[in-house]
Design a protein around this ligand. Sequence first.
Ligand SMILES: C[S@@+](CC[C@H](N)C(=O)[O-])C[C@H]1O[C@@H](n2cnc3c(N)ncnc32)[C@H](O)[C@@H]1O
Length: 471
Amino acid sequence: MDGFPIFLEFIQNQIGVVIERCRWRPLQSFLKSRLQKLSIEDLPSYQRFLIQSMPNSQKEWEELVQNLVVPHTFFYRNQADFQALAKLIKESIAQKPSINIWVAGCSTGEEVYSILLHLQEEGIFSRISDLHILGTDIHQEALGIAQQGRYSSPKIRFIPQKYHKYFQKDGEYWQILPSIRAKPKFLYHNLLQPHPPPPKGKWDFIFCRNVLIYFHPKTKIEIIRKFYQSLTENGCLFLGYSEHFDTKALDFRLENFAGSYFYRKTKSFRSPSHLLLSLQTYKLAQDIGPAWINRQKTKSSNSILPSPPSPNYPQIRQLIQQKKLQEAQQQLLEYLHRSPCPKGYILLADIYVLFEEFALGIEFYERALQLQKIPEVYLSLGFTFYSLCQYSSAVSYLQKRLSFEPKCALSHFYLGICHKCLSQPSSAKEHFQKARYFFSTKENIDLKYTTLPLLQGSRNQILKTIERELE
Ligand SMILES: C[S@@+](CC[C@H](N)C(=O)[O-])C[C@H]1O[C@@H](n2cnc3c(N)ncnc32)[C@H](O)[C@@H]1O
């Protein structure tokens, strides 16, 4: 599509998000349909339309943004962070009876309400005279849902039973009680714009979890620098599980409480030139997370360490199958930051997908493919896009897997499901039939590299599903 690379850069400059290669094709078809609908000749003209006709093109801009960002979220995500927050508030409550919390990139609001419900259960509300909690996002529709605090039943399944009392059942939906809903404020805000201040003072806590993974590293560090400025002294920043940065880049100190890693603002703020120097270290840090950062406290990043022994892959596969994900991740990260290898990347990607960190999962599968074209990875990518309900992308990866191994029963099975979801019953039937045939002719469907597609169910469970689909 003419002008597409420039358009990608434009998006990156406007909202920070880097569009991964695997999302280019769906984005291009979306853009084509917009050009047609608006009778705009080409992409550069569309870009001009977006820039020049603001605020008239606000609606168009919203439509576009909704296609670019990933609003995936759920209640009680990375709950260790909420426990750490409660502990930090309790510790400071005597000197500081008012608290300001900003949830940047709050999507449909589950994170904001999880914080509120947790603080309520911990008896903190009654002890704070003033609590300001602000949720912001660039996705207007998501903010509308956040404001209503009304969620469908599947969303509630992540919430511990004891919190159900904070919801009113409304048919198929569950709505947060008005007394809780009245507390937060939700606002439209683009993280690339100046950051919003609280009503008084600065923010005590900023949550920006699972947002910056989609951003260019340079943009990320700029945003983190602005968070630094928006925080009170000793204020804390919570990022997503896999979004850690090198604390040398800014005067933050990485702290850890019961599985939650967060950054505490320390004294002075360094100059931007220092930041640029730190970018390279930061780039190294961004994909390997807390394990690597902790080691930095004792060893210099330039020190030459002996290569660690190769990981015990069968053991790691077993850990993943037993859902001991953090243990498996730790073992892999220890090894991978020194010796990148496709086998390790694939298992790490499996873990990220299981953590529902889909963007990272996709990134690591792609890294594995860059090192070695292992066809099984296309099956995992297909499975990942299927999990994201992006069925057309899933179909193209699964087809790619079949181009190497036409008898891959699992690929036919997931193709059957994807075609069904795409309302293509005859293709679905064809693939379910092939899956049944190839499952019956092959004793063993063990996968050599990935653990993922089989975690959905055993061979027998999958066969039962196929029989049901073909009835
Ligand atoms: C994956 S969701 C994360 C939601 C929540 N923080 C969580 O951890 O579950 C990422 C959110 O970041 C928002 N986002 C992306 N780019 C943004 C930007 N430039 N400014 C503000 N929000 C942005 C998206 O709209 C999306 O709702």
